[in-house]
Design a protein around this ligand. Structure first.
Ligand SMILES: [Zn+2]
Length: 398
C-alpha cells in the first residue's frame, strides 16, 4: 500500500452511517447528511441514505456514526524525492502523514536536496524533474504537488514561461534563493502569475543557517499569492507586523505547525476579526529542523481550536476547503464532482470531550479510523493517532 501509483479505479463506493459530515466549506461547515456515494474516485452524491442511489456498491463502508471530513491538505512541505527526506534522514514520512489524515501535500520548494542546483538551467531542471517524479509516484497514495523552483537573480520572463509550459505550477518559497529584495521579488512573482504559476513567500526570520530574514515590507511589496508561514518558520515577525500583513494584504494567510504557536493563534484570530477567514490555510513546513510531524496538521487544528478558541468545524475548513479553493484543487470539499479524498475520524478513546468536535476544542487530537484517496482505502485504523472511539468498517470488498 505504500507506493500506490495514480492508476486504479475505485468503482462505486457507498459510505453510510456517517454521524458527522464536515464539508470543508466555511459557509456551511457541517452537512445534514449521513451518506456519500463515489464513482471511480469522484463524489456523485451527498445526502440522506434514503435519497441516495446506494445499490450494488463495489465497496460498502459503515462509518459507524463517526466523522467524515475532506482529506487534509498540507499547504507547505519540503519533499525531495520519493518518501525520503534528507533533512532528518528519514524515510516513509509522507506515508506516515497519510496516517495523520493528509491526502494532499503542496511543495514549497525541494530545498533539502543535497547539492541543490542554484544556476538557472539547473533549478529549472530540478523543478521539472520533481514535478514529474511526484506525479508518477504517490507515497501512500498522497497527492504531492511538487516541482517548486527557488527563484534566483538573473531569471527572466521567458524562464517562467518555459517552466509553465513544462508543467510547473508553483514557485518555492521566495526569499530562500538570492532574490530577497521586494522589488526583485515583485517582478518575478508577477511573471510567474502571468504564466499561471502560484507563488509563496518565506515570511520571518531565517529558518536554518544560510536562509535570511523576510520582513513585512518585503512581503507586501513582493505580493506573492501565499504569505508563507505567516507565523514564522520558526522565527516569527512581531505579532503587530503579522496582523498588519493580514490587514494590508489580500493574499492567503498560511499558518504552519513548525512556526511560532502564539503568533499562529494571533494570525487566525486576526483573519476572523477582519472577516476574511477564507484566506486562512494550514501547513506543517515539514520536514524541518523541528523534524517531521505526521500528526502536524491535526496538532495545529487542535491548537487553533483549543487555545485559539475557534470552533473546530471552522478550523478543519482552514486545512481543507480553503486550501483547495485558494490553490485551485479538486479535493478538499465534500460535494458532488470533487475528488473522493476523505479522512474518517472519531474522538480519541478516553478523551474528555464527548464528541469529536468537543475533543478537538479541548485540545485533543482526533483518532483517525480510515483514510481514502480517490475513493480507494489507503489505511484503516491509523498507526499514528491515538485510537479512535469508533472506526469505520468495510462491509464488503470485492
Ligand atoms: Zn520558509
Amino acid at each position: 500500500m505504500a507506493d500506490v501509483a495514480s492508476g486504479g479505479k475505485s468503482g462505486k463506493v457507498v459510505i453510510r452511517n456517517i454521524g458527522l459530515l464536515l464539508s470543508g466549506d466555511l459557509d456551511q461547515p457541517i452537512l445534514e447528511a449521513d451518506t456519500v456515494v463515489v464513482v471511480d474516485g469522484i463524489i456523485t452524491a451527498v445526502g440522506r441514505e434514503k435519497d441516495c442511489d446506494t445499490a450494488e456498491p463495489a465497496t460498502l463502508i459503515d462509518a459507524r456514526g463517526g466523522c467524515l471530513a475532506p482529506g487534509l491538505i498540507d499547504s507547505h512541505v519540503h519533499p525531495v524525492f520519493g518518501d525520503w527526506t534528507p533533512r532528518q534522514g528519514q524515510i516513509g514520512w509522507i506515508d506516515s502523514s497519510m496516517h495523520g489524515g493528509v491526502t494532499t501535500m503542496i511543495s514549497a520548494g525541494e530545498v533539502h536536496l543535497p547539492g541543490r542546483p542554484k544556476d538557472i538551467v539547473g533549478l529549472k531542471a530540478l523543478a521539472i524533474t520533481a514535478q514529474r517524479a511526484f506525479d508518477n509516484f504517490r507515497p501512500g497514495g498522497v497527492k504531492v504537488l511538487a516541482g517548486a523552483p527557488i527563484i534566483e537573480r538573473g531569471m527572466v520572463e521567458s524562464d517562467f514561461a518555459e517552466l509553465a509550459a513544462a508543467g510547473v505550477t508553483l514557485l518555492g518559497e521566495v526569499g530562500l534563493g538570492s532574490v530577497k529584495a521586494g522589488y526583485e521579488a515583485k517582478e518575478m512573482v508577477a511573471w510567474a502569475r502571468k504564466h499561471g504559476i502560484q507563488s509563496t513567500i518565506h515570511t520571518g526570520g531565517p529558518s536554518i543557517p544560510g536562509s535570511g530574514l523576510i520582513d513585512k515590507d518585503v512581503v507586501l511589496e513582493a505580493d506573492a499569492d501565499v504569505i508563507g508561514h505567516i507565523n514564522g518558520g520558526h522565527t516569527s515577525l512581531s505579532e503587530a507586523h503579522v496582523c498588519e500583513l493580514c490587514e494590508k494584504s489580500s493574499r492567503a494567510i498560511e499558518i504552519v505547525h513548525n512556526g511560532n504557536e502564539r503568533v499562529a493563534i494571533a494570525a487566525a484570530q486576526a483573519a476572523l476579526q477582519l472577516k476574511c477567514p477564507h484566506r486562512v490555510i494550514l501547513g506543517t513546513d515539514s520536514p524541518a529542523g523541528s523534524g517531521v510531524q505526521p500528526l502536524g496538521l491535526l496538532r495545529l487544528i487542535a491548537l487553533l481550536s483549543s487555545l485559539g478558541r475557534i470552533p473546530a468545524e471552522l478550523v478543519f475548513c482552514f486545512a481543507t476547503g480553503n486550501t483547495a479553493r485558494l490553490r485551485k484543487l479538486n479535493c478538499g470539499l465534500v460535494e458532488v464532482g470533487r475528488d473522493a479524498d476523505f479522512v474518517f475520524m472519531d474522538r480519541a478513546q478516553h478523551s474528555a470531550g464527548r464528541t469529536l468536535l468537543e475533543s478537538v476544542e479541548l485540545g485533543d487530537i482526533p483518532g483517525v479510523g480510515m483514510v481514502m484517496i480517490d475513493g480507494l482505502v489507503r489505511c484503516g485504523r491509523s498507526r499514528n493517532t491515538p485510537p479512535a472511539h469508533e472506526i469505520p468498517q468495510v462491509m464488503n470488498d470485492h
